[in-house]
Design a protein around this ligand. Structure first.
Ligand code: BGC
Length: 717
């Protein structure tokens, strides 16, 4: 439909129809039993009057349901405006991939794009038209359960992966109407949710504008530049005002600075929660605040449904604001081709019955790319025929999909034990409980201990204060260590955990996150070396929970501390060393990679027009093919405001054959040196900067003495 036709349609709608159109409810409000419930389910009787003109439904997981709801809706809708169906397709739909934090560990935008595309295809087959993904919140505090949903602590990595996910879900954003295997993407949570106080979900946020621009917005900017069709404001505050009512965020930043043209949909119940925040006295005021700030669709609070009609009648809200919001909803429906085909070519018969072999293969690849080998005392990979015992709470546990596993089925998920039983290893049956008697392990060469946290211990509303691996698991590992057999820990978790208490008991640690449907089979292949673990940490692994928040790119302080020679008046805790146990970007290979010959091209300085080329020689000195993530960090030495030592700007994920070598080249530009100044503008200053190249943020070789120079020719000219 042309824009004019859409505007005409808005003109033909009654106020009730318009209010319905900008409201989203779960199928329960249509008298249905099914549907995912992802927030508090309030009952608002006013909804009944709006059901026939409702704009959107969230949380369906079957095409039968979608077809039935749409059919019934169109039979009753006066203007025949189709519903739009949205769902949290976060890391897969039926085939579940590693959690987004695990996808962060891949450092591989192309793979992440492929995963999003595959997820879109499965979701679209079941009638989903919009996903509430990507979640691009910067995460620095592992106590926050929702770190699972993001890609970690680095703005540049987050931005690259945010854009990749949007491209994967949507394809060409202008062609969505024809692309029935793609769905629209809703980037969330705008913005700063990851900075919740104490890591407690939904808690307050106090963030500076500099950090907002520098750290929190880049991933949103990238997702929007990639064409994301929707944005969801965060539950939290910015400068005292909830994002849902924050016109600075939703107008000045989102619309004016970032140029967002799509639909703004509230988070679940967030409009009504303006009352609990204490900024609205009732639903009606909450509706007025949210709508005028720029929230165009109300998800599940009922505030628009119960408040807007009176606000218009009493002239507190001009109807044209509602019209503009309705038009935005209709444009999204039009972009998806819903007016031409409200079902987007789904039929109840061609059902999605199970994860396909393509999906499973892609999922295994994703597990290998996301699993991080943290430690390996020459025990992995295991030789064919090695006799292994598989123990621990996640050994034969299908609950390794992780939060937000959408339409994923546990009975389609392979456990680690099942994966190992199908491998070339000999799995020795174990009596439970494991008492740790060395005699029980006489016929065992290596013990594989599957540890970590439960699926419900991370995700939304799953923050926790103690990140240490659970006490019974520590105890189990102490017992296992006494057997004298090498112990390999496979850790399942939605966040970085404190591993310190088990370090001395284990010979190897594989950090598997929640790996999804193919977790068990892929991990078995990793353990035997058929697949190589190539993940790198997207979030620092702490030494202690007391370190939170912990991230490599923290601002420099006036009194930096040294772990080697701690001095009194320096920035540290007296009882915990500074810095991570395993830092950002860290991950080992089944091999040994050396870095040498770090070189800078030309005169070694750069100008706005002439970039600098930095190259490094990497060599695999081992006898297995490895995948290495070569990382390039950059930062000005002196800046107008405090800055981190350096930040990730470029990386390359490369494969090195046994004894293979490669020269890896990065182009460093003036833009890499840009940072947010006191006037909130991004620009780079002339002066000295640091380049740091290495396998992770801590083990870098520093290149100093290079300068961003004024381009004199240009200035004179
Ligand atoms: C979450 C969102 C999610 C929404 C819909 C909320 O509770 O914060 O991230 O998209 O529910 O399920």
């Amino acid at each position: 439909m042309e824009l004019e036709a859409l505007k005409k349609l808005v003109g033909a709608m009654t106020l009730t129809e318009k209010i319905g159109q900008i409201s989203q409810l779960t199928p329960q409000f249509l008298g249905r039993q099914d549907g995912a419930i992802t927030g508090p389910l309030a009952d608002f009787p006013e909804a009944a009057a709006f059901v026939e003109s409702l704009g959107s439904i969230l949380g369906t997981t079957s095409r039968e349901e979608v077809v039935a709801i749409q059919r019934e809706h169109l039979a009753h809708s006066r203007l025949k405006i189709p519903l739009i169906f949205m769902q949290d397709v976060i890391h897969g739909y039926r085939t579940i991939f590693p959690i987004p934090l695990g996808l962060g560990a891949t450092f591989d935008p192309a793979l992440v794009e492929q995963i999003a595309q595959y997820s879109a295809k499965e979701a679209a087959l079941d009638g989903i038209q919009v996903t509430f993904s990507p979640m691009v919140d910067l995460t620095r505090d592992a106590r926050w359960g929702r770190v699972l949903e993001g890609t970690g602590e680095d703005p540049t990595l987050n931005a690259a992966l945010a854009a990749a996910m949007v491209r994967g879900y949507q394809g060409d954003p202008e062609q969505l109407a024809q692309a029935h295997e793609r769905i629209a993407a809703c980037v969330k949570h705008f913005v700063g949710y990851g900075a919740v106080a104490g890591g407690r979900d939904y808690d307050t946020v106090d963030l500076s504008k500099i950090s907002l621009q520098q750290d929190y917005l880049p991933a949103f900017a990238a997702a929007i530049a990639a064409g994301a069709k929707l944005v969801m404001p965060a539950f939290t505050l910015f400068e005292g005002v909830p994002a849902t009512a924050n016109s600075y965020l939703l107008q000045e930043v989102l619309r004016e600075e970032l140029g967002f043209q799509g639909l703004v949909i509230s988070d679940w119940g967030a409009v009504g929660e303006l009352i609990s925040h204490g900024v609205a006295r009732d639903q009606s005021q909450a509706a007025a605040l949210a709508l005028t700030a720029g929230v165009e669709m109300d998800m599940m609070s009922g505030a628009y449904i119960s408040g807007l009609a009176d606000l218009v009648a009493t002239k507190q809200i001009p109807e044209h604001i509602i019209d503009a919001a309705v038009l935005r909803v209709l444009r999204l429906k039009n972009d998806l081709g819903l007016f031409e085909d409200p079902y987007r070519q789904i039929t109840p018969t061609a059902a999605l019955t199970e994860p396909s072999s393509t999906g499973r293969t892609l999922a295994q690849k994703a597990v290998a790319a996301s699993t991080v080998l943290l430690k390996n005392q020459q025990v992995l990979p295991l030789q064919a025929g090695t006799r292994v015992a598989v123990v621990g709470p996640y050994a034969d546990n299908r609950q390794i999909l992780g939060a937000w596993h959408c339409a994923g089925h546990y009975d389609e998920t392979t456990t680690l034990l099942a994966g190992l039983q199908a491998s070339s290893l000999e799995v020795v049956p174990m009596a439970e409980p494991i008492l740790g008697d060395p005699a029980d392990f006489t016929n065992v060469d290596v013990i594989i201990a599957a540890l970590g946290e439960g699926e419900l211990e991370s995700g939304e509303a799953a923050s926790k204060g103690d990140l240490t691996i659970a006490a019974p698991q520590q105890e189990l590992l102490r017992k296992l260590a006494r057997t004298g057999k090498p112990v390999v820990a496979v850790v399942f978790a939605g966040r970085p955990l404190v591993l310190e208490p088990i370090e001395s008991s284990v010979a190897a640690i594989l950090y598997a996150w929640f790996p999804g449907t193919e977790g068990g089979s892929a991990l078995a292949k990793i353990l035997t070396g058929e697949l190589a673990p190539s993940g790198r940490l997207p979030m620092s692994v702490p030494r202690s929970s007391a370190q939170m928040p912990l991230y490599y790119n923290q601002l420099r302080t006036g009194r930096p501390a040294s772990n080697k020679t701690p001095v009194k008046y320096s920035s540290r805790l007296m009882d915990v060393l500074n810095g991570p146990a395993y830092g950002f970007g860290f991950g080992l290979d089944y091999g040994a990679v050396t870095y040498s010959n770090l070189r800078v091209s030309g005169a070694g300085n750069l100008t706005a027009q002439t970039p600098l080329t930095v190259s490094v020689q990497v060599e695999n000195t081992g006898d297995r093919t490895v995948t290495e993530v070569v990382q390039c960090y950059v930062g000005p030495q002196v800046a107008e405001v405090a800055r981190p030592r350096y930040e990730l700007k470029h990386w390359q994920k490369i494969e090195l054959s046994p004894r293979g070598q490669a020269q890896v080249t990065f182009t460093v530009t003036a833009a890499d040196l840009a940072y947010v100044h006191r006037d909130l503008q991004w620009r780079s200053d002339f002066g000295a900067f640091t380049i740091a190249i290495g396998p992770n943020a801590e083990q870098v070789t520093l290149l100093q003495g290079h300068y961003l120079e004024a381009n004199l020719e240009k200035q004179e000219g």
